[in-house]
Ligand binder design. Structure first.
Ligand SMILES: [Zn+2]
Length: 407
């Protein structure tokens, strides 16, 4: 099957079957295609991945896929230029956040141009970077690259950077680990070398019902939860006391936060159930397990007192996401290279999490640098300025030229 047949036969294409083998796309045309796939994290991303795989195949590029357990989602990894490891990876997530309940003025899954801006879900976060990289594949292939350029597309970033672990595993197994990774999250094409880590949890408490007039025979799940939340509040204060004002972060310390709570059924019943969600946003370099470990130790004390009254009482905490922070590097290979290409003379820090820390923990040199502004991400009428797409394309062309000599 050729690219056209395989894609249309699987019913994956939006619009007409106009994808001739070896077809070239402008970044704008490629963005139209990518936004057309509704890759909200709860959905499969396989249609988008199949489109990209077919497009790359039509240019003679093989892809390697790694799937989630249900085989409903896939990461894609492909190498342009010389085979093997080293070189540069251009990395992006294929999923987007939901549009539910948001007042969009046009179809979120069709790119609409207004006043020099392209509107659509994922235009800023982060299909434009992927679109530019893909549109320039023929240019990468035509250039006498001295080192490989890898394309690394992940699933499930928006729900806690869950998919990229398998992408990195696949890279390790294939022996094609890049030296440098550029994560193209929207930074308005500025070079970012640090962000906090995000660790989130759901804690569920089970108490024991009784009439509210008889608290001595019941276990109050809401009041036990209040003790745990009080503990987190004290941890928050302790982290504030460890502030590092020179770090450049706002605020310059690890933050601890409880975001939701639900519990109890009626005022005259001692509540059996309470649950709350909480997170900490960790300064790069801080121990990622300290807060969780100390919380668990405190929760074990509270739980022992609950079980002394009723053995069916208990506390359970589940980890939701674990997004490693990105730390400035001692030998910042990625930062030096990308700053030379963008003309930045200082790297910035951002407050949002990305997959960059996971690549860094796997031994790659990483920066975040991509088109668009994070301020427009996740919102109704999300957009990217066309000038940002042009800036990204110009950056990629400089990158191609640079990679004609070894790193
Ligand atoms: Zn993103």
């Amino acid at each position: 099957m050729d690219a056209l047949e395989s894609a249309t036969a699987r019913g994956l294409m939006r619009g007409r079957g106009d994808d001739m083998p070896g077809r070239r796309y402008t970044p704008r045309e490629m963005l139209d295609r990518l936004v057309g796939f509704d890759t909200t994290s709860r959905n499969s991303n396989l249609a988008l991945i199949a489109f990209v795989a077919d497009y790359l195949a039509s240019h003679g590029v093989e892809v390697a896929l790694t799937h989630d357990d249900a085989r409903a989602k896939a990461n894609l990894y492909a190498t342009l230029g010389p085979n093997g490891g080293g070189g540069i990876a251009l990395s992006g997530h294929t999923d987007v956040v939901p549009v539910d309940g948001q007042p969009w003025t046009s179809d979120p899954f069709a790119v609409v141009e207004r006043d020099g801006r392209l509107h659509g879900r994922g235009t800023a976060d982060m299909k434009s970077f992927i679109a530019v990289a893909l549109a320039l594949v023929p240019d990468f292939l035509a250039a006498p690259l001295a080192v490989p350029v890898h394309l690394a597309l992940s699933y499930d970033e928006e729900v806690g950077c869950l998919g990229v672990d398998r992408l990195i595993e696949g890279i390790e197994q294939s022996g094609t680990r890049p030296a440098i990774v550029i994560v193209g999250e929207p930074t308005s094409m500025r070079v970012v070398n640090a962000h906090k880590g995000i660790y989130s949890f759901a804690t569920t408490l089970t108490g024991h019902e009784a009439h509210s007039s008889a608290p001595h025979i019941g276990v109050n799940a809401v009041m036990a939860a209040a003790k745990l939340i009080g503990f987190l509040d004290r941890m928050a204060a302790e982290m504030r006391d460890r502030a590092a004002p020179e770090s450049g972060f706002t605020p310059p310390y690890t933050t601890v936060h409880v975001g939701t709570i639900a519990g109890g059924t009626a005022l005259n019943i001692i509540p059996r159930h309470c649950s709350f969600e909480w997170e900490y946003r960790l300064m790069p370099g801080a121990d990622p397990d300290e807060i969780r470990d100390r919380f668990d130790a405190f929760a074990a004390e509270v739980e022992a007192r609950m079980k002394a009254v009723s053995p069916d009482a208990g506390i359970r905490t589940e980890a939701r996401s674990r997004v490693a922070g990105l730390e400035p590097e001692r030998d910042p290979l990625a930062e030096r290279l990308v700053m030379a290409l963008t003309g930045d003379n200082r790297a910035a820090k951002v407050s949002f999490g990305t997959e960059a820390g996971k690549f860094q923990n796997a031994g790659m040199s990483v920066v975040v640098c991509g088109p668009g502004d994070i301020a427009q991400a996740h919102k109704p009428d999300e957009f990217i300025a066309i000038s940002q797409i042009e800036a990204c394309a110009a950056f990629m062309r400089r990158l191609i030229e640079r990679l004609e000599t070894p790193l």
